[in-house]
Design a protein. Structure first.
Length: 318
């Protein structure tokens, strides 16, 4: 019987594969038309419709969300579209409007079954572009993600601070629910998630449920708390038809999370599932409340890959 864990590698800082990996990138647009989202009806009381109108404009390929010196308040899910680049300017803040998303079942931004998406944040430090929700308001459920990436082909997410989600900072999965269906994507693919700060989210900094050829690198996932599992990074298929293939976690810091730092929960896969291939390389894992890195296979007890590597080598715990 073939194991679902056909390829699981955790490497130390000295591995030659530590060199920068180019990885997949979203398709570029030729001479894109740039628009400013505030020209589509921005109001300080509720900017949801301005954002949606800009995204729905078929002629708009590059949408700039400017720093309005006040948050862009969002009261319901904003749906992202194919062949778009969304750029959040330095200092721009998009925030869930207080008193909304209280059922904690819907993401603030959702990309569903689309192609070729770029989400780019500008700025550093206190001026970093920020997408935020209001974690203290969410006392039930766990699916109020900031970015929901569901069945997306070719995407980039870079340069953002993500904080206060009722669920995950970023959630990557397929578009199929409960059962695989013809024509419905069961995973997202060809993605780069880079230079992200996901801090103080409620369920996970990032969850990857079902994906192929996705790189997460040069990012920080920290201080997750509020509802289980409360991991920094969670790789966890929900159904047996989902997959984790060619997933690369590189040069990330995972710290201060109430659960595990990095959690690989593969118990919902079986011998009919696609082979798993995950490469975790050059990570800093510290001050998490539970394990640094935990692997759960089927219904077995968690295994600590820092004590016994899959290739038989030893590594010290962080």
């Amino acid at each position: 019987m073939r194991s679902v864990t056909d390829s699981l590698r955790l490497r130390s800082n000295g591995d030659p594969a530590n060199a920068k990996r180019k990885g997949p990138t979203a398709a570029t647009q030729n001479t894109p038309r740039t628009v400013f989202a505030d020209d589509y009806g921005f109001t300080a009381k509720d900017a949801t419709q301005a954002l949606q109108n800009a995204l729905d404009d078929p002629a708009a390929k590059r949408i700039v969300v400017r720093n309005m010196n006040t948050p862009w308040l969002v009261s319901k899910t904003v749906f992202l579209r194919s062949n778009k680049e969304i750029v959040f300017e330095k200092g721009a803040v998009v925030q869930a409007k207080p008193g909304t998303f209280l059922d904690n079942t819907k993401p603030m931004f959702r990309a569903l079954s689309i192609d070729n998406l770029k989400i780019i944040g500008k700025g550093k430090g206190k001026r970093r572009a920020t997408l935020k929700m209001n974690k203290s308001e969410y006392t039930q459920s766990e699916f109020g993600h900031i970015l929901g990436i569901d069945g997306v082909k070719s995407f980039e997410i870079r340069g953002l601070k993500l904080t206060g989600a009722g669920g995950d900072g970023i959630h990557v999965a397929g578009a199929a629910f409960r059962t695989a269906k013809p024509g419905v994507r069961s995973y997202s693919e060809n993605g780069v998630i880079e230079d992200i700060i996901a801090n103080n989210n409620r369920r996970q900094g990032i969850s990857i449920d079902s994906a192929k050829n996705v790189i997460v690198r040069d990012s920080v996932f920290s201080n997750t708390s509020g509802t289980a599992p409360s991991a920094g990074i969670d790789l966890e298929p929900t159904w047996d038809f989902e997959r984790l293939q060619d997933i690369f976690i590189e040069n990330v810091t995972v710290r201060g999370n109430d659960g595990n730092g990095i959690q690989l929960a593969l118990g919902n896969l079986d011998n009919r599932s696609a082979p798993v291939s995950i490469d975790i390389n050059n990570v800093k894992v510290k001050n998490n409340n539970r394990s640094g890195v935990t692997v759960v296979l089927f219904n077995s007890q968690p295994k600590d890959p820092f004590r016994d590597q899959p290739d038989g080598s030893k590594a010290s715990s962080m």
